[in-house]
Design a binder for this molecule. Structure first.
Ligand code: FEO
Length: 170
């Protein structure tokens, strides 16, 4: 069993990851509507990864002897004025998720819960990658997104993103 505080934080993180999936699917809805199917596809895969994160934490809680409980998932309520808006919102969101993971890690460290720290190591690394991906996308959009041909090429590039299950990423 995990200590109560850590179990609670992890349980809340399941909700946060499911919200992330919901948020990125909402970004995908926006890009579908804008006719940018490559961007829509990229965020759809992002949503699948977030769902995986939720499943991994849920499984960890169950395997550690805890009952997982669910709360409502908040409605994504962002309104986008430009194609850049979701990209920037994505980076901000990932920074926020990193702060949540850091909080859980710090609680595990304080409790000398080395098992949870080891479990969270994957997420710490993943957050570094997620922030970098979001930042790279913003930079590419700044460079190429303001003219139609550049936007078309970037859309093609993003359409090629392939979903990889987390276990296979190691
Ligand atoms: Fe599961 Fe993008 O953090």
């Amino acid at each position: 069993m995990l200590n109560e505080k850590i179990a609670k934080l992890l349980n809340a993180q399941v909700n946060a990851e499911l919200y992330s999936a919901y948020l990125y699917l909402d970004f995908s809805n926006y890009f579908e509507d804008e006719g940018l199917d490559g961007f829509a596809h990229w965020y759809e895969i992002q949503a699948q990864e977030e769902r995986d994160h939720a499943f991994m934490i849920r499984r960890y809680l169950i395997d550690s002897g805890h009952r997982v409980t669910f709360e409502a998932i908040a409605k994504p309520d962002k309104v986008f004025k430009t194609h850049m808006d979701p990209l920037k919102a994505g980076l901000e969101h990932e920074k926020y998720v990193t702060s949540l993971i850091t909080t859980i890690y710090a609680a595990a460290f304080e409790a000398k819960d080395f098992k949870t720290m080891q479990f969270l190591d994957w997420f710490v690394k993943e957050q570094g990658e997620e922030e970098k991906n979001a930042d790279d996308l913003i930079k590419k959009m700044q460079l190429f997104g303001s003219e139609p041909k550049g936007l078309y090429m970037l859309n093609q590039e993003l359409a090629a993103r392939v979903y990889t299950a987390p276990a296979a990423e190691e």
